[in-house]
Structures are given as structure tokens and as C-alpha cells.
Design a binder for this molecule. Structure first.
Ligand code: IPM
Ligand code: MG
Length: 369
């Protein structure tokens, strides 16, 4: 297979973890006989320095001519947030990409590997029931893209509004994604909304119910968002696919992200209706550890697996990466974010050390296939 990939490392740890992810991509190409060419482009603060914008036209053009986008992370150090380079950096970069390429569905898988249960902040007996959730978050609607306004009321009171907008087509499209995903998993969709208050949620619930009629093999359950937040912490094993709106998905997927033990273990995919996708670790630019060598490359490496699966339908290669990551973790290799005091047999490695172990396992796996 021959594919071209736009590579946008961004800021903070983006560059260093992307370097390791690209080594994994290269090994897959060599071992499985594919040709993956890459073009790097600037985004976020790195782009602002050169182009005075967080999402330059040049980057847009490189993404447009690619078969998929591998994204690192964007954003600046807390102490420099007031500088133009970092102001609104995340929103300008990420939201522009979503809008430009109409990425309407966001996949955020959250899984606790049994051998890594001790990294999860919940009680052992809760985690032992199993945690394997796929969040499907709608990405183009809600108050994210509705009108934002800040104004003075007639009485001179400073006021701000953000409009939530959903139409039935948007809801149906993302619901289809969730039901299809559930068919390949454990056959359950939990649709999360705030239908006891919001009209947009009432419409959401009604449309999701209509879409469900086309998937009689999938169980649909509705849940209010406040209850869902509680259930994620109380008993995450009850969830298979969680389908939800842009804002609720943002919050709930971050809450669930602590379950595996570190944001450094999570990858996400944003897909449009033509199957074009952007692959991103949702963990952020972690400026506090950038350049120290302590970043965890696993999230970025797993974005490569998601890209191979969703954009290129290379399931064997994608699961080979996931298995190599899992084996490496089971052997006790730990970057600092997932190291735990007192854990027997853990071997602390840096960013490069972690990916080298993963590459070793991948090479062995590919050579014996
Ligand atoms: C995410 C992020 C973004 C979002 C921000 C940076 C705009 O939090 O991808 O979850 O809210 O969607
Ligand atoms: Mg978020």
C-alpha cells in the first residue's frame, strides 16, 4: 500500500513523541511492505512563530493533499499563556482543523489493561469488572460552533452567550457511527444528553432512537450527563459505546481518561463522512515535561495504530502495534507518568527507551507472522 501522511507535531512534547511514532510507522512499512511518505507541517505555537497564525494556509494545503493527518499536540506553558503565540492556540488550531475537514465524529477509546489495574485510581474490585469504553463524540455542533457573543446588556451588565445548535442530520450522522462501532464491539450504545432541560438534547434523544431502529442487534440506553459522570466513576464496566454531544463528550472522555492511569496512554481519531481522518493523542502538549525525555510516547504510537485501522483498513498492522504496546507494558516498562512507587519489577525508561521496546516487540511479531 502507498499512502501520504501529513505530520503535524505541534508544540511541547509533540515533536519528541511524534519522532517515536514515526519510527513505528517506518518499521510497519518495512515489515509489511507498505510505502508511507510523510510531509511535516507547522501548527499551534510553532506555526504562529513563522506565520502569525496557529493554522497556516500552507499547513491546510499539506493536510488537504494527504491521505491522513497525524497530529501531535498544541499549546503553551501556563506562565506564557498571555502571549499572542499561545492565546487561543488550542482552539484556533484544533477547531480550525475540525471545521476545515468536517471531522464530525471523534473516537476516544478508553481501556484498562488488566496488568495495569494498579495504575487506575478506582478500587480494584470496580476495575476487575473490566473497563473498555469507546466514546463517540460529535465534533462539529453544540456550543462549540454556535454563535459566541460578549456584550453589555441594556443595563450595562457584562453578558456572554454561547449558542447550542444541533440539527437532525448532524445527530443522525454521528449516531450511525456509534451504532456501527457497537456492532463490532459488545452491542450496546449509551446515548448521553441533558434531555430533562435542553431542547437540543430532546432532539438528540429522539433522533438517536430513530437511528437505533436500523440496528436491532444493538441495545440503546439513554442516560443524563450528570448521571453518566457519576456512573463512569462508580462502575465503568457498564459502558460499551458512549455516544454524546460535543461538550459532554469533551468532559466525559477526560473524566474516563484517568482510568487507564495516564493521559499518555490514550489515542483518538477524528473522522469525516468520506473516511478522511486526523489522529491525535488528546493528552495535550505537557509543556512541563517537554524536552526532558520523560514524555510517554505510547499515546502518539497508538494514534498510528488508529490511523492504519480507520484510514487504511490495515487491521493486522494496527493490532500488531497495540499488542506490542501491551506486551511492553506487561513486561514492566514505565515512563515516569505511569511509574508507581512500590511496584515490583518496573523498569523506568525514557521516551526513546519506551518506543525502542515497542519497536523490538513489533519487529519480532512481524518477522514471525
Ligand atoms: C479536546 C480539547 C479541545 C476540545 C479544545 C482544546 C478546544 O479539549 O480535544 O478535547 O474541547 O475539543
Ligand atoms: Mg478536551
Amino acid at each position: 500500500m502507498e499512502k501520504h501522511i501529513a505530520v503535524l507535531p505541534g508544540d511541547g512534547i509533540g515533536e519528541e513523541v511524534m519522532e517515536q511514532a514515526l519510527r513505528v510507522l517506518k518499521l510497519i512499512a518495512d515489515q509489511y511492505g507498505h510505502r508511507f511518505s510523510t510531509t511535516k507541517a507547522l501548527v499551534g505555537g510553532a506555526a504562529y512563530e513563522k506565520f502569525d497564525t496557529h493554522f497556516p494556509d500552507e499547513t491546510n494545503a499539506i493536510c488537504r493533499s494527504a491521505d491522513a493527518i497525524l497530529f501531535g499536540s498544541v499549546g503553551g506553558p501556563v506562565s506564557e499563556m498571555h502571549l499572542p503565540k499561545w492565546k487561543n492556540c488550542e482552539a484556533n488550531s484544533i477547531l480550525s482543523l475540525r471545521k476545515t475537514f468536517s471531522f464530525h465524529a471523534n473516537y476516544r477509546p478508553v481501556r484498562v489493561i488488566p496488568e495495569l489495574q494498579h495504575l487506575c485510581p478506582l478500587k480494584k474490585e470496580v476495575i476487575e469488572r473490566g473497563v473498555d469504553i469507546l466514546f463517540i463524540r460529535e465534533l462539529l455542533g453544540d456550543c462549540y460552533f454556535g454563535e459566541h457573543k460578549t456584550f453589555n446588556s441594556p443595563a450595562g451588565v457584562r453578558t456572554a452567550t454561547d449558542l447550542i445548535v444541533y440539527d437532525e442530520e448532524q445527530i443522525a450522522a454521528v449516531a450511525e457511527v456509534a451504532f456501527k462501532a457497537a456492532q463490532k464491539r459488545r452491542g450496546k450504545v449509551t446515548s448521553v444528553d441533558k434531555a430533562n432541560v435542553l431542547d437540543s438534547s430532546k432532539l438528540w434523544r429522539a433522533v438517536v432512537k430513530e437511528v437505533a431502529l436500523g440496528y436491532p442487534d444493538v441495545i440503546l440506553e439513554d442516560m443524563l450527563v450528570d448521571n453518566c459522570a457519576m456512573q463512569i466513576v462508580r462502575d465503568p464496566s457498564q459502558f460499551d459505546v458512549v455516544l454524546t454531544t460535543n461538550m459532554f463528550g469533551d468532559i466525559l472522555s477526560d473524566a474516563a481518561a484517568v482510568l487507564p492511569g495516564s493521559l499518555g496512554l490514550l489515542a483518538s481519531a477524528s473522522i469525516n463522512k468520506d473516511g478522511f481522518g486526523l489522529y491525535e493523542p488528546p493528552g495535550g502538549s505537557a509543556q512541563d515535561i517537554a524536552g526532558t525525555g520523560n514524555a510517554n510516547p505510547i499515546a502518539q504510537i497508538l494514534t498510528v495504530a488508529l490511523m492504519l485501522r480507520f484510514s487504511f483498513a490495515l487491521e493486522t498492522e494496527a493490532s500488531a502495534i497495540e499488542q506490542a504496546v501491551e506486551t511492553t507494558l506487561k513486561e514492566g516498562y514505565r515512563t515516569r507518568d505511569i511509574a508507581r512507587a512500590g511496584e515490583a519489577d518496573q523498569k523506568i525508561v525514557d521516551c526513546k527507551g519506551m518506543s525502542e521496546k515497542i519497536l523490538d516487540h513489533l519487529a519480532v511479531k512481524a518477522s514471525i507472522r
